[in-house]
Design a protein around this ligand. Structure first.
Ligand code: ZN
Ligand code: ZN
Length: 305
């Protein structure tokens, strides 16, 4: 049974420690995937999903290793970004997305991923992806950007999602954080996507503040605590966790929209990663689902859910 926790238990009132958290923290693609690979490998050590987590770690190493010499990502024109700012829209619009640099990124990722050890299903999926014609690959790109991947095609989309994460992290890293504005509850201020999870961070200058993490571009955005990261409701928020666990990952449930998003206590364990630890806590998803809440976040690497 999941353990029910009152909101008052989860908020250690670390508010006094918060100096002035920035609104966003943009990703550093030269560090993001290396750290994620380390975390996934560490999680794989004593985990029933060990082989899959090790595969994702190797894929994160590929995301890191193919960056050298990639063409510069094509940022939207300044005028378009200024217009997005004026209308509180994300500067990297997913619905009008097309990119030469992404084609190269995906080609390189497919090539490099051929060499890594992987589960049988992942190897078969990579073979199918290699043979996929450009329009088929384009359709897969749009599936990931729409957070709409069919359950029976998840394995192929893992590689496409990995290429998109790298591409969008490189794009996001080119932006000026001071020009970004909130674009609405549950939406990344850079690319408009939903959070993969949120984290109470131990970062210098932001200790105890909560940030939502984008599964696509890797941006973190500041978000008040005890508030649904999807619909913005502050009523009917609860927390569930696996009994006997380390207490660093909980599900924040919302009675208004009926969904939940995981909340990671990174201030207690600095190694926590919003994508890796989401995958590694699949057991929490299964428990929370029994309580009637739906998963509200998107993680293309979470299979078997
Ligand atoms: Zn984003
Ligand atoms: Zn909600």
């Amino acid at each position: 049974m999941p353990r029910q926790i009152a909101p008052s238990d989860i908020d250690p009132t670390a508010i006094g420690e918060v100096s002035a958290p920035p609104f966003v923290r943009l990703p550093d693609p030269t560090r993001l995937f290396v750290r994620r690979a380390q975390r996934l490998n560490a999680l794989a050590e004593i985990h029933e999903l060990g082989p899959y987590l090790r595969f994702l770690a190797a894929l994160a190493d590929v995301q890191h290793g193919i960056q050298d010499g990639l063409p510069d990502p094509d940022l939207p024109e300044t005028e378009a970004r200024e217009r997005a700012h004026a209308f509180a829209m994300p500067p990297l619009a997913r619905d009008r997305f097309a990119s030469e640099a992404l084609v190269e990124t995906l080609d390189r990722l497919i090539l490099a991923a051929s060499a890594i050890e992987k589960p049988r299903a992942a190897a078969d999926a990579l073979d199918r992806l290699k043979l996929a014609a450009p329009p088929v690959r384009d359709a897969m790109v749009h599936n990931v950007l729409a957070d709409a991947v069919a359950a029976d095609a998840l394995a192929e989309h893992v590689y496409v999602a990995a290429a998109l994460q790298l591409h969008f992290a490189r794009l996001a890293a080119c932006l000026d954080a001071s020009t970004l504005v909130p674009v609405g509850d549950g939406a990344c201020p850079v690319c408009g996507g939903p959070p993969v999870s949120s984290m109470i961070v131990g970062w210098h200058g932001s200790h105890g503040a909560r940030f939502c993490a984008c599964s696509l571009c890797g941006t973190f955005w500041n978000y008040v605590r005890i508030k649904c990261t999807l619909c913005g409701s502050t009523k009917g928020i609860g927390y569930l966790e696996v009994e006997g666990g380390p207490g660093t990952v909980k599900a924040e449930t919302c009675d208004s929209c009926g969904c939940y998003v995981k909340i990671l206590h990174q201030h207690k364990d600095p190694a926590l990663d919003p994508v890796a630890d989401d995958v590694a806590t699949l057991g929490l998803d299964l428990l929370v689902r029994e309580s009637g809440y739906r998963r509200g976040s998107f993680n293309p690497f979470l299979v078997g859910y």
